[in-house]
Ligand binder design. Structure first.
Ligand SMILES: NC(=O)c1ccc[n+]([C@@H]2O[C@H](COP(=O)([O-])OP(=O)(O)OC[C@H]3O[C@@H](n4cnc5c(N)ncnc54)[C@H](OP(=O)(O)O)[C@@H]3O)[C@@H](O)[C@H]2O)c1
Length: 174
């Protein structure tokens, strides 16, 4: 099997906002279901603050690699690495052992910023609104990433906003 690809999975508002006060500034049930389906069985790499934001315990069915310079988080299905590079290396080893071909970067802002230059693909839920927040995703450079898939979703009963799901793939180096 070839080395696992690195994919970023993120939901962001039109102004790039992804978080506010340590949480996400919306309720998007449709997107949570898509996130679950996309990431199931694959290693999730996330920053320590995002791990706390999701409740401080692993999401079922996905091995977690938490990036933190602090104390190791000791619980089944979770390991801690002191750098993003080390976390990605471990996630790739776990992916290989699990027979999956992708590792997923699940945020938050600090981790996305550092992972953007390293990722192969971005799975972005564009939240169709301008939203106040304190954490943002960096601009996606169309010279580096090509839009390969796009679909619009009206707001369902349990969604705060309509969304547009888009997949961007890193262009081959010239
Ligand atoms: N909309 C979305 O799709 C989405 C997804 C995920 C998260 N979020 C939101 O994003 C926000 C959290 O993002 P954030 O930027 O505040 O935090 P974060 O990226 O989740 O975590 C930051 C922490 O990661 C560790 N870290 C970061 N870079 C590191 C490195 N190079 N080496 C070692 N450790 C490193 C540090 O942990 P230590 O302090 O322990 O050393 C740092 O405090 C929340 O509001 C959350 O809800 C949104």
């Amino acid at each position: 099997m070839t080395e696992a690809r690195i994919i970023i999975v993120v939901a962001m508002a039109e102004n790039g906002v992804i978080g506010r006060d340590g949480d996400m500034p919306w309720k998007l049930s449709t997107d949570l279901k898509r996130f679950k389906a996309l990431t199931m069985g694959k290693p999730l790499v996330m920053g320590r603050k995002t791990f706390e934001a999701v409740g401080g315990k692993p999401l079922p069915g996905r091995p977690h690699v938490i990036v933190s310079r602090g104390p190791k988080i000791d619980m089944p299905g979770v390991e801690t690495q002191a750098s993003l590079q080390a976390a990605l290396e471990r996630a790739k080893v776990i992916a290989h052992a699990s027979g999956v071909d992708e590792v997923c970067i699940a945020g938050g802002g600090e981790i996305y910023r550092q992972a953007l230059p390293l990722c192969d693909e971005l799975h972005v839920t564009h939240v169709e609104a301008v939203i106040d927040g304190d954490t943002v995703f960096p601009a996606i450079d169309p010279a580096l990433f090509e839009l390969v898939e796009e679909a619009a979703f009206p707001a369902g009963e349990k969604d705060s906003y309509p969304t547009r799901y888009a997949v961007y793939r890193r262009r081959a180096a010239a």
